[in-house]
Design a protein around this ligand. Structure first.
Ligand SMILES: [Zn+2]
Length: 354
């Protein structure tokens, strides 16, 4: 939506846990559609009664749209605080100083559609089923949306970077916050990233509109960025360092940046030159060629919690290697990876989190 900087994630369609959101919620006519457009959405978050949550120095303004009749507010607030906690842990603080959340009650028992805007401040509209209980614990959508709010807006051609970023980091942040088993995160990543690989005629990622490539192809970029940073820094830095720097420099999604600026802001924080060259290659090259050079095998032997993850390792199509993976922040072990075209072995301690 151009200058309105619309971000969307559709229930049942986006993110890592498609299976966790089996079907879109069915809303009563007019129930949520009234806030589909940014104007009414911003009016609602600015004018309707709000509950303000303090998260460190930041504030989340929660508005239950039209009172959200039938929705359990205490449960909903706990869920919002949980998502905010995952973001806070990942970024070192809640990444947006002032963030608004419009919660729209619908039928059903799960979290549904959400859209994040950076027009008149960072704001997300999200639909929540009135019967939601377990669905809050399984939800990934709100963390995904908050991640969109954390990073600068990019031009449409780079939507894959934004969706891929949220798709990759959302489960990492939840694992690190103790909200998702690492084995489940990797299981989903392996399944999803296989779907995000390019077709024979695909070219570079910039401008791609194919759903799987936007989300899972983009997520693959960020995983490879993790690996590149880990390699180049000998395990001293992680993508999280770059994400924090980008967040601090931009202030979040009310800023308009280019992808090049974003990568250039992230690299110094890791003491490496990992992001910018990798971005340029993904943006322009047929990325099948990148895969054909990739013999990425990640092998982490790790603590007992992560050991179960390694049992789900499988061949990574076209990548010639196995993704055998750890619980971020919960392992100490060995990383053996070769990407792209150079070997690397490093000891990896518990402090070198993804
Ligand atoms: Zn998204």
């Amino acid at each position: 939506m151009g200058p309105l900087r619309r971000r969307a994630v559709l229930a049942g369609g986006a993110g890592l846990v498609a299976s966790a959101v089996a079907a879109p919620l069915v809303s009563a006519p007019g129930e949520s559609a009234a806030y589909d457009r940014p104007g009414p959405m911003y009016e609602a978050v600015e004018r309707q009664p709000a509950e303000t949550l303090a998260v460190g120095e930041a504030h989340i303004r929660v508005v239950f749209a039209d009172g959200a009749p039938g929705l359990d507010r205490a449960r909903t607030i706990r869920w919002i605080r949980g998502a905010a906690a995952a973001l806070t842990r990942y970024f070192g603080r809640f990444p947006v100083a002032n963030y608004a959340l419009l919660v729209i009650a619908t039928d059903g028992n799960r979290v549904g559609h959400a859209t994040t805007f950076g027009f008149r401040g960072s704001a997300t509209r999200i639909t929540v089923g009135r019967e939601t209980d377990e669905g809050f614990a399984r939800d990934w959508v709100l963390v995904h949306e908050m991640l969109h709010a954390a990073l600068p807006d990019l031009p449409r051609r780079a939507l894959w970077l934004q969706e891929g970023n949220a798709t990759w980091i959302e489960p990492v942040a939840r694992v690190q916050a103790g909200q998702l088993p690492a084995a489940e995160m990797w299981r989903q990543a392996l399944l999803g990233m296989a779907r995000g690989q390019p077709a024979a005629n695909d070219s570079g990622m910039d401008g791609t509109k194919a759903w799987n490539r936007l989300y899972w192809g983009g997520a693959t970029f960020w995983l490879l960025a993790e690996i590149a940073i880990h390699q180049a820094s000998n395990g001293r830095a992680a993508l999280r360092d770059a994400m924090r720097a980008i967040n601090r420099a931009s202030g979040g999604n009310t800023a308009d940046w280019s992808p090049e600026r974003m990568m250039a802001a992230g690299d110094p924080a890791t003491g490496t030159a990992s992001l910018l060259p990798l971005y340029r290659r993904f943006a322009d090259e047929p990325y099948e060629r990148i895969y054909s050079r990739c013999s990425a095998a990640l092998e982490f032997s790790s603590t007992s919690r992560a050991r179960s993850a390694s049992t789900s390792a499988r061949r990574w199509p076209r990548c010639g290697g196995r993704l055998r993976v750890p619980a971020p922040e919960a392992h100490s072990g060995r990383c053996a990876c070769r990407w792209p075209g150079r070997s690397h072995r490093a000891s990896r301690g518990a402090s070198s989190a993804l």
